[in-house]
Write a protein that binds this ligand. Structure first.
Ligand code: NAP
Length: 449
């Protein structure tokens, strides 16, 4: 059984033991892990999406520890967070993630380790390094880290300017096995970043995936490249990626126009300094009729509302709901403006009137996660106290199914955290002076929840 060695490791971490002590502690043979099982792949066949229940497909199983290879690191996640990709995995939508693992398994001997009858999920962590594999030079046992989820080898030329363009690029814990919702996880050394010293485990774990995605979409040099004074329309502005988009726009001198679905969320955003909020539920926009045909008069009504608020059309539209909003996003974007998209939560077959795009010289940019440099820059902004976590609540690992259910049904705000090694909230802060300096802002952004 795994309990005793894992308990000893956790105790050492919580007591802030030196790296040599952690390196000397034996690893358990097995561990707790949140998994989906290959046997369950057809569990939801024939059900409508809303009736597919992650609480039935996410299990806490006892599984062997991940094997360690070259340039890899074993970490002990103290906390993690729920991302929408874990929801997709748990619903086996739009495809079963076992297809990703099988494909990976065929690629190489190291890839074959990932092709298992279970998939350990999770793409965010604040963790401690337990062991490093051959070739790792920058990290050592005992280091406190946050993890970004871009899993890439860079053996081919295409990714060397931007690793997101590498043909072998994968998302850790979604397209690979051994994700973060487990007592021990396996990552590549080039996924690690220093954990911001003023944050708790669960706060630091809530940042990675959504924050770096929003950074690339709006700030980095690979997508919309927002400028000071830009008007940015943000869908889901109190959700995961939208909450960070809002912060990046405020922080970078832009003007966010935030769309949410309740007055409560609107009020929370106002407290963070947002001036312009649209409550899409209260306005009751119906961008499609009952047969699914687009209603452009409704989209124009939405555009008129934005002009009333800020006096012009948005320079950038931060798009991710997909099918239900995409036509409106293209229509309301400014002449010459940019629609930047990273997802299609409500459906990936979009319809829009192309005249709105070409006649007004707009562009649509696809964006996907972030490269190491972008993730590192975003992490640095947190460490500097310029960007803050938007964690709303935490649950223990055993409640991962319920947490995924909350996200699937849009019952949450900000990020939902999962305590893995940490026994309670609030632990892991190393620099209390720095925390005190940013305490007010941390509280404001955590109040998005
Ligand atoms: P989230 O925390 O659930 O937030 C999404 C927000 O979008 C919701 O809070 C909701 O806000 C709004 N929304 C949902 N459905 C909508 C609809 N039909 N119309 C208008 N607004 C809607 O999720 P997230 O973590 O931000 O992720 C959002 C999407 O991005 C997911 O599909 C996820 O898989 C994807 N994603 C992609 C990448 C990538 O690298 N490509 C990275 C991260 C996330 P209101 O109800 O308040 O309006």
């Amino acid at each position: 059984m795994s309990a005793a060695p894992m308990d000893a490791i956790r105790t050492a971490i919580l007591e802030d033991a030196p790296g040599e002590v952690i390196a000397g502690l034996p690893l358990p043979d097995s561990m707790r892990a949140a998994v989906v099982r290959k046997d369950d792949e057809h569990l939801f066949d024939g059900l409508a999406d809303k009736d597919k229940d992650p609480r039935r497909s996410l299990h806490i199983d006892e599984v062997p520890l991940p094997p360690l290879g070259p340039n890899e690191v074993l970490i002990a996640p103290m906390a993690s967070a729920i991302n929408y990709n874990t929801v997709w995995t748990a619903l086996f939508e739009p495809v079963s993630t076992f297809r990703f693992l099988e494909r990976f398994g065929k690629e190489s001997e190291l890839g074959a380790r990932h092709d298992l009858p279970y998939h350990v999920v999770g793409s965010d962590a604040a963790a401690v390094v337990l062991r490093t594999g051959p070739g790792v030079t920058q990290w050592k046992p005992g280091d406190r880290v946050t993890v970004h989820c871009n899993y890439v080898d860079l053996e081919q030329p295409e990714g060397h300017e931007d690793s997101m363009l590498d043909p072998s690029q994968r998302i850790w814990g979604f397209e690979t096995n051994f994700g973060s919702l487990a007592d021990v996880s396996m990552v590549k050394a080039n996924q690690l970043m220093p954990m911001p010293t003023h944050l708790s485990w669960e706060e630091a774990a809530s940042l990675g995936l959504v924050m770096a995605t929003s950074y690339r979409m709006l700030v980095g040099s690979n997508a919309a490249q927002m400028k000071q004074g830009d008007i940015v329309l943000i869908w889901g502005a109190s959700g995961g990626i939208g909450g960070f988009a809002t912060q990046f726009v405020l922080n970078g001198g832009g003007i966010p126009v935030c769309v949410v679905s309740s007055e409560e969320k609107a009020e929370l955003l106002r407290r963070t300094g947002v001036e312009h909020v649209i409550d899409r539920k209260a306005e009751d926009y119906q961008f499609h009729d009952e047969n699914g045909a687009p209603d452009y008069s409704e989209m124009r009504r939405f555009g008129k509302k934005i002009r009333e608020l800020v006096g012009q059309d948005p320079d950038i539209v931060f798009e991710h709901p997909g099918r239900t909003t995409f036509g409106a996003s293209v229509l309301v974007c400014k002449r010459g403006g940019t629609i930047v998209t990273c997802a299609s939560t409500s459906g990936y077959l979009h319809e829009y009137d192309n005249r709105h795009l070409w006649m007004r010289l707009k562009r649509i940019l696809g964006s996907h996660f972030a490269n190491y440099s972008e993730a590192w820059q975003a992490n640095r902004l947190v460490d500097l106290g310029m960007i803050h976590p938007i964690l709303s609540e935490t649950r223990p690992l055993e409640e991962v199914g319920e947490a995924a259910y909350q996200v699937h049904h849009n019952l949450h705000t900000g990020k939902l955290g999962i305590l893995v090694g940490a026994p309670e909230d609030g632990l892991g802060v190393r620099d209390e002076v720095k925390r005190a300096k940013h305490a007010e802002q941390i509280a404001v952004f955590r109040s998005i929840s």
